[in-house]
Design a protein. Structure first.
Length: 262
């Protein structure tokens, strides 16, 4: 089960599980990238449009071209988008359905570790961005407990279950992202860490959020009621509480950006 690919097809479930986390990290990421207004963006792996809408709100783009393999996610993205500057098409990150040089910025938000051959994904982003444009991404630091759902993953491992994870978690460290960008021939490559915190009023609120995705549902469904109760107890032990008694957990992402050479 741990080797099965994780596919996100339910836009509403993704919004509950990861949409808030995506926005928290995405706001810091966009401040760091600091792109000019009025650009054309390619949002690669746009999913349910959570990051797309953040770009629309904060960057005043001329247009956003969103692409994702899941029609279910794209349907949710189309339903939430009201500004009229974004379009959404089904496609593959390793063979983007966009013309060469048709974008000013290409971005992968929490996506690159899902791409089977990330070097091809970066090459495609570089291809569709004009000379002088920006190629950028951010990804949860999967190898150093940066994933916001790490408490649940840790609890599963304590019980002898290997959690399903992204197929290319190995490229999530800062050094690996920098290597990908440099080997793609991008210039002025920079990286940074992004740390965010999200409070939950109760453990049940965290649990409901964390268990929405296809990475955990199959394992939970296969467990007995007693095993699920034990998993919840162990998960709760990994979550901090703040002074107000709220459960708080942090997520840590690694970000990278570079410029397409002339």
């Amino acid at each position: 089960m741990a080797d099965e690919p994780i596919r996100f097809d339910d836009g509403a479930a993704y919004e509950q599980m990861m949409g808030v986390w995506s926005r928290l990290a995405g706001e810091i990421f966009l401040d760091w990238v600091h792109p000019p207004r009025g650009l054309v963006w390619a949002d690669v792996g746009c999913g349910n449009g959570a990051f797309t809408e953040l770009v629309v709100e904060r960057c005043a783009p001329l247009a956003v071209m969103g692409v994702d393999p899941s029609e279910g996610q794209l349907s949710y993205a189309r339903g939430r988008h009201k500004a009229g500057v974004a379009s959404f098409v089904q496609g593959d990150a390793m063979a983007l359905p966009f013309e060469t040089g048709s974008a000013d910025v290409a971005v992968m938000a929490l996506v690159i570790f899902f791409v089977p051959q990330p070097e091809r994904g970066v090459a495609e982003m570089k291809r569709v961005v004009r000379p002088g444009g920006i190629v950028c991404a951010y990804a949860w630091d999967m190898l150093r407990d940066g994933f916001p759902l790490y408490p649940l993953q840790a609890a599963l491992r304590e019980m002898g279950h290997e959690p399903r994870t992204t197929p290319r978690a190995d490229i999530s460290p800062v050094a690996e992202l920098a290597k990908l960008w440099n080997e793609a021939g991008l210039q002025q490559v920079e990286t940074r860490e992004i740390t965010v915190e999200r409070p939950f009023a109760s453990f049940d609120a965290y649990w409901e959020s964390a268990t929405q995705g296809p990475g955990f549902k199959p394992q939970l469904a296969a467990m007995s009621a007693d095993a699920q109760a034990e998993l919840k107890r162990r998960t709760a032990a990994h979550i901090m509480r703040d002074a107000a008694g709220q459960m708080v957990f942090s997520g840590r992402a690694n970000a990278v950006k570079g410029i397409v050479p002339a």
